[in-house]
Design a protein. Structure first.
Length: 445
């Protein structure tokens, strides 16, 4: 290991911890969708406002976050992001206590604003912590730890956010006043506990970051609004931003509605009939909350399997870190896009466990998309990479738009499978982006 590599080892580890934490937090937010839909009796489109408020923060704050980092420095900027995330998590306590959906959305927006600052800083920072030709591989490795967080989060969600049955309005009305108060308190605590714990963890992570020495790689110049005007003229970057928009929208749409989709498929009886699948639910429940299978309602049972969606993404990113080191990243991106489309079509045209496992396997093919698109899009920008990162992170707003479209189609048709063509269109756009920039690709030497 060279002296420069040793210099980058600790910064890489510390920054990678941010990837883990925002992955965990983002998926925990996904798990709020089915719960809040029941608690507030929302349509799928209304429930998707959780994602709208979360991802709209990227559209609002990505470019200002780049400017902030250039003014206060990378380290102070990241500390600001961590503290903002911590405040957002802590706001879930009063939001749950008051049972106000609007308050939930406000807390989500504050939390997402902090995550935006972290994303704008961390992605380009990881890409320059080493040899340029290994940037895609390095970012895939960091994103693998992001996926580790997204894999663990559904276990916590199944145990705490989806584990008990939400009562209907009629059932709540039939309760005594004391029983109703106790029920609302239990509902509030189911959300409060996980996010209060996250708030404390992010605060402690800010403390760790404050005492860690980081190389001043991205702080050599001050960003100006005029510099963003330069990067938007780069077609490769702008098409990359569109690809990020489509990818994040498709990934979040699938992750947000998996539990509802599995309920629509009527999978609970099939899961309980299988000794292996029943054992998986029992094991995850006991590991995360010491609850038995009998304690879980149907959403808690089927929601357990969301872990495989994010788990496959984690495996795919470790694999992708190796693949993009030996094969041109654009080739890997196009092949993974084709794989995602084939699996979505399989799920749309089948039922039962085949439909479930084929849509879960899409997670594997999602794995390399964000880091690979990100590095391909920034490849020509040179010293303008921070501005390019701001543009690309703005495109993460696709997570607010595409899930809402999918939710509206599901509401109108009564079927998630009839909404899958919208997802296929997203991955087709990503494949076109890959083809555009890898027409002369071959095995890397």
């Amino acid at each position: 290991m060279t002296g420069q590599q040793r210099r980058y080892t600790m910064p890489f580890a510390v920054v990678t911890s941010l990837f883990f934490m925002w992955g965990f937090t983002t998926v925990l937010v996904d798990a709020l969708v089915p719960r809040l839909r029941d608690v507030f009796e929302l349509t799928y489109a209304q429930a998707s406002l959780v994602q709208v408020y979360w991802f709209i923060a990227y559209a609002v704050f990505s470019i200002p976050a780049g400017l902030l980092l250039s003014r206060v420095g990378y380290k102070r900027g990241v500390l600001s992001g961590l503290l903002l995330v911590s405040v957002g998590c802590l706001l879930f306590y009063p939001a749950a206590e008051l049972r106000m959906f609007g308050f939930f959305l406000t807390a989500l927006f504050v939390l997402a604003s902090g995550i935006t600052v972290l994303q704008v800083a961390a992605n380009p920072y990881i890409s320059v912590l080493g040899m340029p030709e290994r940037a895609a591989s390095r970012l895939n490795l960091a994103q693998a730890f992001n996926s580790l967080g997204t894999t663990l989060a559904p276990m916590v969600a199944a145990a705490y956010l989806l584990s008990d049955r939400i009562l209907s309005e009629q059932e709540v009305s039939a309760m005594t006043e004391s029983a109703r108060s106790a029920y609302y308190a239990a509902e509030a605590s189911a959300v409060q506990g996980p996010f209060m714990a996250l708030g404390v963890v992010f605060f402690l992570l800010a403390g760790l970051f404050s005492v860690t020495r980081l190389p001043s790689i991205l702080e050599d110049r001050v960003l100006e609004w005029s510099s963003f005007a330069k990067v938007i003229r780069n077609r490769r970057l702008m098409f990359g931003a569109l690809a990020i928009f489509l990818y994040v929208g498709a990934e979040v749409a699938i992750g947000s509605y998996l539990t509802n989709y599995f309920m629509q498929l009527g999978l609970e009886p099939l899961i309980l009939e299988s000794e292996v699948l029943r054992g998986i639910v029992e094991t995850v429940s006991r590991l995360t909350s010491s609850k038995t299978l009998a304690d879980l309602d149907p959403k808690g049972v089927v929601g357990t399997f969301v872990v495989f969606y994010w788990g496959m993404a984690m495996i795919g990113r470790f694999v992708g870190s190796w693949l993009t080191g030996v094969i041109k990243p654009g080739v890997v991106l196009s092949l993974f896009g084709i794989g995602a489309i084939l699996l979505i079509l399989t799920s749309a045209m089948t039922s039962g466990l085949i439909a479930m496992f084929s849509i879960l396997a899409v997670g594997f093919f999602n794995s390399v998309m964000f880091p690979t698109i990100f590095t391909l899009a920034l490849d020509e920008l040179g010293e303008l990479k921070p501005e390019g990162s701001g543009i690309l992170c703005t495109a993460i707003v696709g997570g607010a738009v595409i899930p809402n479209i999918v939710g509206r189609i599901a509401d109108a048709t009564g079927s998630f499978q009839l909404a899958f063509p919208a997802l296929v269109a997203c991955y087709a756009g990503i494949i076109l982006y890959a083809f555009r920039y890898v027409r002369r690709t071959a095995l890397a030497t």
